[in-house]
Design a protein around this ligand. Structure first.
Ligand code: PAF
Length: 281
């Protein structure tokens, strides 16, 4: 058990990283919005394979929530997050205030095209602008050698890879495999919103995606697979399906056939909660 230090300003973060750099240590960054679960801890463990020193940022980023979304009720638990991080040996927590990340007069936003088009953007048009801006700021603040993002937000991972490449940031972007509950539900801080009956239905999302993937592999067309999965999700009790889509795994462009690596991605609503999941086809 090693209790990580906590800093809240970019200048303190840079000061600590500069000290590590003097000892020629490789630095990793795990950006999070807190409410940490096993999925985040697996990102920490993966990053430790690449770096000697590890920073976890915890910042609930207002710019990636629309006014009607859950910014106010998003779980915040810095103390228990720090306890969890001490069990995996994180070195430093960067937990800035909103004013530190968005000082008065802040007027810059980063817009990424390419993989941010469609899917999440059709339903959360504000989302990737907010993510790209805060992630660019975090990456530039820490300038780590390696940063990791979970594959649960697969489109986000591709958007961040695009952004890092396009801005020429000398940072390797890793993707962390999805960590799931016993019934297959992808771990997410938002799972805490689910009532018991919703939680039971939520577990079927992954089962239906797996089943759809099996059908695709045995020859179902993409259109049939997508519409079959949508019908199965509604029958399982989800309130609505934002999308179920089979796309090219590296560009997220629409595809007609499965002749290159593909990914199935879905977003559904249950009660007041929106869930996403995806898997390789
Ligand atoms: O995936 C998340 O938790 C967030 O979108 C991120 C990447 C930390 C940016 O706020």
């Amino acid at each position: 058990m090693k209790t990580p230090g906590i800093v809240s300003t970019i200048s303190e973060l840079r000061g600590q990283i500069a000290q590590w750099r003097e000892g020629h240590e490789l630095v990793g960054l795990v950006p999070t919005m807190g409410a940490l679960h096993e999925g985040h801890l697996s990102l920490v463990r993966e990053t430790q394979k690449h770096c000697q020193k590890l920073v976890v940022s915890i910042f609930v980023n207002p710019a990636q929530f629309a006014p009607h979304e859950d910014f106010d009720r998003y779980p915040r638990s810095l103390e228990s997050d720090a306890d969890k991080l001490s069990t995996v040996g994180a070195d430093l927590i960067f937990a800035p205030s909103v004013a530190e990340m968005y000082p008065a007069g802040f007027a810059t936003s980063i817009e990424v095209g390419g993989p941010s088009r469609g899917l999440e953007t059709d339903f959360r048009p504000h989302f990737f602008g907010g993510v790209a801006t805060v992630v660019a700021k975090l990456l530039i603040a820490a300038l780590p050698d390696y940063a990791i993002f979970g594959e649960k937000d697969y489109q986000q991972l591709l958007v961040i890879r695009r952004l890092t490449h396009d801005l020429g940031l000398p940072i390797e972007i890793g993707g962390g495999a999805i960590v799931r509950e016993a019934d297959g539900l992808a771990m997410s801080s938002r799972n805490a919103y689910l009532k018991p009956d919703e939680r039971r239905i939520a577990g079927t999302l992954n089962v239906i995606l797996k089943d759809t993937t099996a059908k695709l592999r045995s020859g179902a067309t993409i259109a049939t697979a997508e519409s079959g999965a949508t019908a199965a999700l509604i029958a399982a009790g989800f309130k609505s399906v934002d999308y179920v889509a089979v796309r090219d795994a590296s560009t997220l462009e629409r595809i007609e056939r499965l002749d290159s690596p593909a990914r199935i991605l879905a977003a559904v609503k249950i009660g007041g909660t929106r869930l996403i999941d995806n898997m390789a086809v």
